[in-house]
Design a protein. Structure first.
Lengths: 80, 139
């Protein structure tokens, strides 16, 4: 799966979780930039990504992520 | 009360219980919520609207989703984090309800589980369904 395809899938999940159809994310998007990105929505994001891409994260992996780009890179490693 | 710990929970784990809706529940819910919509408190109005009798509050029946997770699945170590409910049929006083839930997903990193839950009446008709997200606390 290409990075672009993974990124677009993640963008769709963000739009769904945050109820914003035109939400645009980038590699540098972080929780500081999305007002509703609180701890519960963070869990919702991770759960939705795990289910959509059929991958699993450990807590340690998730704790090191700084932004969307890092998440997408980690996803690509797992999808390979 | 069940005391499932996170490590005990597997996808497919199912729990259920039965309860009967009585008139005192309606009175208590009215007292708490102050929801005076006539559909719930006026039999004649409800019948005029095409219902068999006054309709039990949807959020009264949904309160049993709280019981499902807080008492049965996982029980003691539950912390309710989200619930999405859809209503499909009316509930009436004296209806016998079965509330059941099945674990459909486990988020290992954050110790959250998702439960697909359904409430059916004495005729086995689905009155509502819900997707419930709960955290499972440590002992």
């Amino acid at each position: 799966m290409t990075r672009e395809k993974v990124f677009n899938g993640v963008q769709g999940i963000f739009r769904d979780i945050f109820d914003e159809d035109d939400l645009m994310i980038s590699d540098t998007t972080s929780s500081d930039e999305i007002e509703d990105w609180d701890s519960l929505n963070h869990i919702n994001l991770v759960s939705a990504i795990e289910k959509e891409f059929e991958i699993r994260f450990s807590l340690g992996e998730l704790m090191t992520l700084k932004d969307v780009g890092a998440m997408v890179d980690l996803m690509l490693e797992k999808i390979k | 009360m069940n005391e499932y710990k996170f490590s005990d929970i597997k996808v497919g784990l199912t729990e259920s219980f039965d309860t009967k809706i009585d008139i005192s529940m309606m009175d208590k819910f009215l007292d708490i919520s102050n929801d005076t919509n006539p559909l719930h408190i006026d039999e004649n109005y409800a019948k005029k609207q095409g219902f068999a009798n006054r309709v039990v509050y949807g959020l009264l029946t949904s309160s049993f989703y709280s019981t499902l997770v807080g008492v049965y699945l996982p029980g003691k170590y539950c912390i309710l984090q989200g619930i999405d409910i859809q209503f499909s049929n009316p509930v009436y006083i004296d209806d016998m309800l079965n509330i059941s839930g099945k674990v459909i997903y486990i988020n290992e990193a954050y110790k959250q589980i998702e439960i697909k839950a359904v409430i059916t009446n004495q005729d086995n008709k689905k009155v509502s369904k819900a997707t419930i997200k709960v955290g499972v606390m440590d002992e």
